[in-house]
Structure formats: C-alpha cells, structure tokens
Design a protein around this ligand. Structure first.
Ligand code: XMP
Length: 318
C-alpha cells in the first residue's frame, strides 16, 4: 500500500504520546531530514516534554550549525546547542579504522546525550532512525555492512528508553512527511547526511585540517551541482559531496613540485540509499568543480570522480 503521510502523522503522534506518557524526552536533532521530522513529530505530541539537542561535533558541513538553529526556530522546536568539537576530535585521535571511528562517534554522542538527559531528568531518547539504518547495521539477521551511528553506537548499558517514530520508513517517505508537516523544501528536499558527519568523508584518521578541507570541498560540490541542476544542465543527484583520501599524490603548482591531498567527488542517483548509481555529470561541470577545488583549497592537488555504483561500493567512503 502506498505511503500516506496524512494518515501517518496523527497515528504517529498518538503513538508517541502513549510511548512517552508524562516522561521527559530528549531528541537528537542533527539537522538532517530524519532527525528534523522525528523532532517535529515529538514536538507535536509532547511539546513541553521535548528537549531537542544539537551536538556540534565539529564534523558538520560548513555553516550547518547556524542553518539548523534557524530552521529549528522556524519549526517551533526548542533547540539546545552543545559545542563538543574538541571532545570528538580528542576521542578520534589516532583512529583510522572506519568501524572504530563510527563506534567512537556513536559512543561520545550517546555519552553527551546521557549527560544532557540527567539535567532534565529525561527517560526517553528520540531518534530519527529509518529502515536502511538498522537493515544495514545487521538487523533481522542481515550482515553488517556498516554500523550506522545511531544503531551501532548504542552501548548496552544505556539507561534511556528509545523512541524511533521513523523506524519503518524509507527516505522518500520521510521527505513526504516533511512536506506534509510544512517544514519547507530546505528541510524536506535536503540531501541525506550521514550520522557520523564528515568523519566518513575523511578516509582514515581525522584531523581538524582534513575536516576543514572536506567542508570547503563539499560546499563547492553542492553549490556547483545545485546550480547546474537549476539551469537544466543535469538532473539533481540524490546525494552529492566530496571526500578526502588518506594519501597524498604528486602534482605541480607553478614551477614547483607539490605533494598534496586528493579529493573524491561523489554524486549518486538513488531512491532510498540501499542501492545507487553514480550520476552522469557533464564533463564541463566536473571540470569547473575540479578547478574550483584546486584553486580555492591550496592543499588539494588532485580531484577524482567516483564512478562506482552501490553495490559494490557504498555511497559514503567509510
Ligand atoms: P552508505 O554509505 O551505507 O549510505 O551507502 C547509505 C545512506 O546512508 C547515509 N549514511 C548514514 N546515515 N547514519 C545515518 O543516519 C549513519 O551512520 C550513516 N552512514 C551513511 C549515507 O549518507 C547515504 O545517504
């Protein structure tokens, strides 16, 4: 049966009311469409019991924190912003194995939530988990592809009850809900962003410098592809971003040898993230992206385009 957001909303609000009762709830709001829709549903159900927490882990996109603050205000969601940039960077120091990175981010994220929950005597943790998150995390006897941070990172001793109103839904259904809830295109059509943020787009060990490179490169890829799509040169990809490889390659700047970073541009067409095909971006647009990245980020000397479908590749690098 086709998904009907009009029917889903009142049913979900009733379920949330029942599940949360008179308890205080904490809501993880990362700014993505999933957590935003989850927060909005919970705010509708129990407006005075919701503490919506935004953890700034330093792994967000450029200017993302400001954008999230503004959007939450518009949606009437009371947002608590926690600056945890240094804490995440310190914890991630020396870790280059993808699953270890994901688990560390998940653990620190939950620790912060537990600290916050104590401040408000919170008993329930609301999360924007959707179906692919737990399917790929080895749910229902399936193989673990990668531990999505809101699944794999949960420690066994967590004392909060989970409320996951979007657990059975796929991305396109969450977007329909966002539109129905009046969240506007900026949220409803926002491209997906991984829970561990730019950590999975910095292949290998994370440093502040590398995160800053990916922030700039992602901004360039987003701007250029959105412009190209708007002017009808191409279809807007489902997800599009830049990632940084762990090894440097040799190039030349002016007359001098340069030993610099390589940025990967990734753009895919997908319905729900479970499978994907790389987007056929016109070469002139790829060239513009490459020129801008190497001109504007002086530590990057090479740009490549990822032409791998999923499977066998995943959408993110880690
Ligand atoms: P992959 O890389 O597994 O990604 O092909 C599929 C989709 O999921 C996003 N993604 C995540 N979303 N928590 C999330 O909520 C995560 O840990 C996570 N990892 C990947 C990814 O951006 C893509 O849209």
């Amino acid at each position: 049966m086709a998904f009907d957001p009009k029917k889903f909303i009142p049913k979900s609000v009733e379920e949330i009311k029942k599940q949360i009762g008179n308890e205080q709830a904490i809501c993880a709001l990362s700014g993505g469409v999933d957590s935003f829709v989850a927060a909005t549903l919970v705010a509708k159900a129990v407006p005075n019991q919701l503490h919506a927490v935004y953890v700034d882990n330093g792994l967000m996109r450029k200017n993302e924190t400001q954008k999230v603050k503004e959007a939450a205000k518009k949606a009437g969601v009371n947002l608590i912003v926690i600056d945890a940039k240094k804490r995440f960077l310190d914890e991630l120091k020396g870790i280059d194995e993808p699953e270890k990175k994901r688990k560390t981010i998940g653990r620190v994220f939950v620790e912060i939530f537990q600290e916050e929950s104590k401040k408000y005597n919170v008993k329930v943790l609301v999360q924007g988990t959707i179906a692919p998150d737990w399917i790929e995390s080895g749910g229902m006897g399936r193989d673990t592809i990668k531990s999505h941070h809101n699944v794999g990172g949960l420690p066994p001793g967590m004392h909060l009850k989970l409320c996951e109103p979007l657990r059975e839904l796929y991305k396109h259904e969450v977007r329909m809900l966002a539109s129905e809830l009046g969240l506007g295109d900026a949220i409803a059509q926002r491209q997906p962003f991984p829970g561990p943020g730019l950590a999975v787009r910095v292949v290998g060990e994370i440093t502040e410098e590398k995160v800053a490179i990916v922030q700039e490169a992602c901004e360039i890829v987003e701007t250029e592809l959105e412009q190209a799509a708007q002017s009808g040169k191409m279809e807007k990809p489902w997800q599009y971003f830049a990632a940084l490889l762990p090894s440097k390659t040799v190039g030349v700047r002016g007359d001098e040898r340069a030993y610099q970073y390589t940025v990967v541009v990734r753009a895919v067409k997908s319905l729900d993230g479970m499978t994907a095909n790389f987007s056929h971006i016109p070469f002139d647009i790829l060239e513009r992206i490459s020129t801008r990245i190497t001109n504007e980020i002086r530590t990057v000397g090479r740009v490549v385009y990822d032409i791998t479908n999923k499977p066998p590749g995943t959408i993110e690098m880690e």
